[in-house]
Design a protein around this ligand. Structure first.
Ligand SMILES: Cc1cc2nc3c(=O)[nH]c(=O)nc-3n(C[C@H](O)[C@H](O)[C@H](O)COP(=O)(O)OP(=O)(O)OC[C@H]3O[C@@H](n4cnc5c(N)ncnc54)[C@H](O)[C@@H]3O)c2cc1C
Ligand code: FES
Length: 274
């Protein structure tokens, strides 16, 4: 079954105030927004579409996973990689911006006594995982990967939630040296692991998601993947964000902004996904 058929979510377009916008590590920032009407609606794995008011092409919004929710606020954890995120990083407390949120279909929150969640995140993919870890009554393992130590985000915050955190960096500057899929594979191959009947949840670069999808297939475990494609409208109109996904015995293009961003890995047609 498509995940999208299981969830129906409301969303709001609102002008909200910045509570804080502070550097986390290196080029990562945390933006906290006061949004009393949006915050209670948010489900893990959903995203916000943010208009950066000081940009010349301010009409184009930028999509960001919803990282944390606290009281009447929600936050995003973002990496500065271009003109939109650079401009966002220059905004300060009490400035206002327009957001549409919460958007998309998120992760299925694990049930107590059910499958053990194994979360896999690369870089800013951690942002999509925090709320899932916080709201899951069943604790598991978070596998965190990045190029360098500075790309490993929120390690202590996940540990504080009671999750087992396993880190891998490509340059070996923190945790195991290599890709995040290595410790995941090691765990799945461990006989008599205390983490039985696993289910994978992943967010990160497409290459990592594809590798996690393959691992899920090889080990015959279910997996939900957040497909963060380039987006324009964010609300299902422009078709910028489509990926091929299985429907019955065939496939069709599905919008990652509305049918996703989270898909069952078995539904993704990787051969034609860019
Ligand atoms: C559903 C979703 C959730 C996201 N969540 C987060 C998040 O939590 N934190 C975060 O830092 N970023 C997140 N992103 C990515 C974020 O939207 C982009 O980094 C941002 O839009 C870049 O804007 P910019 O103007 O700074 O960069 P631009 O100047 O527009 O682009 C700079 C470079 O980044 C590339 N780029 C832009 N968007 C993407 C993308 N979606 N995927 C891969 N490459 C891209 C461009 O091709 C270009 O090479 C998410 C994207 C999606 C679709
Ligand atoms: S971004 Fe416009 S349809 Fe998905």
């Amino acid at each position: 079954m498509q995940l999208s058929t299981m969830l129906v979510v409301p969303m709001l377009e609102q002008t909200v105030q910045i509570v804080s916008n502070e550097r986390d590590t290196d080029s990562y920032f945390r933006l906290v927004l006061r949004a009393p009407q949006i915050a209670p609606l948010i489900q893990p794995g959903q995203f916000s579409h943010v208009r950066v008011p000081t940009l010349k092409d301010a009409l184009l919004r930028r999509p960001f996973s919803i990282f944390q929710v606290a009281g009447d606020t929600f936050s995003i954890l973002y990496k500065t990689i271009g003109k939109g995120t650079d401009a966002l990083a220059r905004l300060g407390p009490r400035e206002e911006l327009s957001v549409i949120a919460p958007l998309g279909h998120g992760f299925t929150v694990p049930k107590r006594g059910g499958e053990t969640p194994l979360l896999v995140a690369g870089g800013y993919g951690m942002a999509a995982m925090y709320l899932l870890a916080q709201r899951s009554p069943q604790k598991g393992i978070v596998f965190v990967g990045g190029r360098r130590r500075v790309d490993i985000l929120c390690e202590r915050e996940f540990a504080a939630l009671g999750w087992d955190v396993r880190v891998a960096t490509e340059d070996g500057s923190h945790g195991e040296k290599g890709l995040v899929t290595q410790p995941l594979l090691a765990e799945l191959r461990t006989p008599n692991s205390k983490f039985r009947t696993p289910k994978l949840f992943a967010c990160g670069p497409t290459g990592m998601l594809k590798a996690v999808g393959k691992i899920a297939e090889d080990f015959n475990v279910p997996a939900e993947l957040s497909m963060d494609e380039h987006m324009c409208c964010g609300v299902g109109v422009c078709l910028t964000c489509v990926i091929p996904a299985k429907v019955g015995n065939s496939w069709e293009y599905q919008r990652t902004c509305t049918e996703g961003p989270v898909f069952d890995s078995r539904d993704i047609v990787w051969e034609t996904t860019p």
